[in-house]
Design a protein around this ligand. Structure first.
Ligand code: CTP
Length: 445
């Protein structure tokens, strides 16, 4: 039909050749097994939204594990299976992955009041999903390749830019969908449909979220913080009074919006300058979110959300501890480069960016950025070996001397390796001169 040709042309236009090719191959394997196969969900949604998405989710009417194994035998991929759910992952030699699920009646459980009898397997699979825009499917079998399946007006809702659940019990079934709704709302610039919005209000009022484990809340929260710009979504969570789900005493102040916007500016600045540096951007936002939480509350939050130890340390002691450094950087009228370096050395990029985001002082911001762009990379060439060669005995004087050389280099007093030696020579003479005769031991701290 004409419509099928249009979808086909659109797919050819939107998708890369290798993706197109693998979709064709999936369809051929499905036919061989007498299954129907579909590419579904976010992949199809994003194709229509002109957004790149290489997460291929395939649903087959039949046994998904058999399907994945057959595909792998034919194309030399690996298969990873979950018998319990009838799902599998096809893994290509280059690491590319395709998720496969079985659309089979026995996998679905719905509240008794929902009208699900008489649905085909694929329709049932779509019906259990979160929003209409995620219920599009494109068939892959060769003679129906490109047939668009749209049981719940997903295409219209994409066109109208609106998020709608499929039925009134959607948030009862899975309260995390509320977080997803707010995340998608901002990511796509969609609005939440009227009925869906009142169902969210109801979910909040009825405290559906009490049933969620901290772990699931954390997963959703991190997904939000990993979005391009999490700030508006966080503000929406605040509107719905949903930040309480993180902790009942979660301390939020009026400066949240400013802090989040400031964090965005800082991470964008960083990512532009240090394209190749990997760090966990979302943690900067999380620390900003925790800005006014005390140590005790933050510990409780980390334990409730089951935050990984390395993150928990950063969110609690480290985050709260930098208050001191920030204060110095904000208040001191004059400060040397060496002093800035010594205040900030050892902190991870995430913490440095958090500090930049959370100060309102322009001069403190400048000082931190100076550290991050220049000072942290300053090194000296002289080592302990050189000091030994100069006849110094190892001890506290050693590290103090090296520190003094580094400070001088940071402060621009010395530049070359030669300068470093001259500097040390002069230093030693000075300290020597200060010592009373007959007491030539190095001075104490
Ligand atoms: N889904 C759902 N309810 C959830 C989570 C997911 O119904 N709580 C469904 C959605 O319909 C979605 C599919 O499972 O299409 C896969 O979810 P996910 O892996 O989160 O993919 P995307 O919707 O593509 O989201 P993202 O773009 O953030 O990966």
């Amino acid at each position: 039909s004409k419509r099928l040709r249009m979808v086909l042309n659109f797919m050819r236009e939107r998708l890369t050749d290798p993706i197109m090719q693998v979709l064709v191959q999936l369809g051929e394997v499905a036919d061989h097994l007498n299954f129907n196969a579909f590419v579904v969900g976010g992949f199809v949604r994003d194709m229509f939204l002109y957004r790149d998405n290489e997460d291929i989710d395939v649903v087959v009417e039949g046994n998904g594990i058999t399907f994945a194994k057959t595909f792998s035998r034919k194309y030399g991929t690996r298969t990873h299976t979950h018998q319990k759910f009838g799902t599998a992952v096809i893994i290509f030699p280059d690491g590319f992955k395709i998720d496969v699920a079985s659309a089979r009646m026995e996998y679905y459980q719905f509240p008794a009041s929902l009208p699900v009898v008489e649905m085909s397997s694929i329709k049932m699979d779509m019906f259990r999903r979160d929003f209409t825009i995620n219920t599009l499917a494109v068939q892959l079998n060769p003679n129906k390749f490109g047939r668009l399946i749209d049981f719940f007006s997903g295409q219209k809702d994409i066109k109208d830019k609106v998020l709608r659940v499929l039925h009134n019990l959607s948030f009862v079934e899975d309260p995390t969908r509320v977080f997803r709704a707010l995340r998608f709302e901002q990511r796509f610039g969609f609005t939440i449909g009227k009925l869906t919005s009142s169902l969210i209000d109801n979910a909040v009022k009825m405290e559906f979220f009490k049933r969620l484990s901290g772990k699931r809340v954390y997963t959703e929260l991190v997904l939000i913080l990993k979005e391009e710009n999490p700030a508006p979504t966080i503000m929406r969570l605040l509107d719905y009074d949903l930040l309480r789900v993180i902790h009942p005493r979660m301390k939020i102040e009026k400066d949240l919006k400013r802090l989040l916007d400031s964090a965005k500016k800082v991470v964008d600045w960083h990512d532009l300058l240090f394209i190749d540096e990997t760090y966990e951007r979302w943690t900067v936002y999380f620390m900003v979110l925790l800005r006014h939480c005390d140590l005790k509350t933050t510990h409780e939050i980390c334990s409730h959300l089951t935050v990984a130890p390395r993150h928990a340390k950063m969110f609690t002691e480290t985050r709260i501890g930098v208050g001191k450094q920030l204060m110095s950087l904000e208040r001191r009228k004059r400060i040397t480069h060496a002093e800035i370096f010594n205040l900030l050395k050892g902190f991870k990029t995430e913490v440095i960016l958090y500090m930049m985001a959370s100060t309102q002082s322009e001069s403190a911001k400048k000082r931190i950025s100076l550290y991050h762009t220049q000072l942290r990379n300053v090194t000296i060439t002289i080592t302990g070996k050189d000091l030994l060669a100069m006849g110094l005995k190892p001890g506290p004087l050693f590290s103090r001397t090296l520190q003094a050389v580094l400070d001088a280099k940071l402060n621009g007093q010395i530049k070359t390796r030669e300068d470093e030696f001259t500097f040390i020579g002069k230093q030693l003479k000075d300290t020597d001169a200060k010592r009373p005769a007959g007491n030539r031991k190095p001075p104490g701290p």
